[in-house]
Design a protein around this ligand. Structure first.
Ligand SMILES: Cc1cc2nc3c(=O)[nH]c(=O)nc-3n(C[C@H](O)[C@H](O)[C@H](O)COP(=O)(O)O)c2cc1C
Length: 184
């Protein structure tokens, strides 16, 4: 049995589960909750697809429609939390991040890797969230101009594992990810 006090191994587990989410459509981390703060200070959470997880840079990546409301929120407050509950590993991950956005030419290379079927998610007329008289009174534009990459630079990773006994730790970039146990 591995050492339950090994902070490094706990962090490794967190990154393994995130990477799994990028590679495997059925993994729990495939669909994190992405939470932002609206310009009037209210919490906003929604499901997204995890498109990238890079341990070296300490970033995760999400793709979105540049016309969506979360863009306005991120322009006024760049902090976002990424939340995953991974039932198999009995692990909750909370990533506190600062988000930078890429679009247009800066996102061109990634756009070439977006499959045709998925391009529909980027660009809508009228804009996402606009009230419409009937359910289908909109068009999907599938345009690169609306394709926006959210690079989420992680400041802190908090892991909480519901094994017996429970364990919880946080890992901070400022601390070079050394890690600290805390009370679950
Ligand atoms: C399974 C699932 C996956 C989703 N993936 C994404 C995604 O990768 N990017 C995205 O912007 N919205 C995604 N959405 C839609 C969002 O949850 C949300 O409805 C949309 O982005 C509008 O949010 P906003 O108005 O807060 O910006 C997904 C929804 C579901 C149910």
């Amino acid at each position: 049995m591995s050492d339950p006090n090994d902070l490094g191994a706990f962090l490794n587990l967190g990154w393994q589960r995130l990477s799994r989410g990028v590679a495997d459509r059925r993994a729990a981390a495939r669909h994190p909750v992405f939470a932002t703060v609206s310009p009037d200070g209210k919490p906003e959470a929604r499901t997204v697809v995890l498109r990238g997880a890079d341990r070296d840079s300490g970033t995760v990546e999400v793709h979105t429609d540049g016309g969506s409301d979360k863009i306005t929120s991120l322009q006024s407050n760049a902090h976002a939390q990424v939340h995953v509950w991974d039932e198999k590993a009995k692990l909750q991950l909370r990533l506190s991040t600062r988000v930078s956005m890429l679009s247009g030419e800066d996102a061109a290379q990634r756009w070439t890797r977006v499959p045709d079927g998925s391009r529909m998610a980027y660009g809508a007329s009228p804009k996402p969230g606009t009230p419409i008289p009937n359910a289908h009174d909109y068009e999907k534009l599938a345009q690169r101009d609306w394709f926006t990459v959210l690079i989420c630079e992680i400041d802190e990773i908090e892991l909480m594992q519901l094994i017996d006994p429970h364990r919880r730790a946080y890992f901070q970039r400022a601390d070079d990810w050394a890690g600290q146990w805390c009370v679950p």
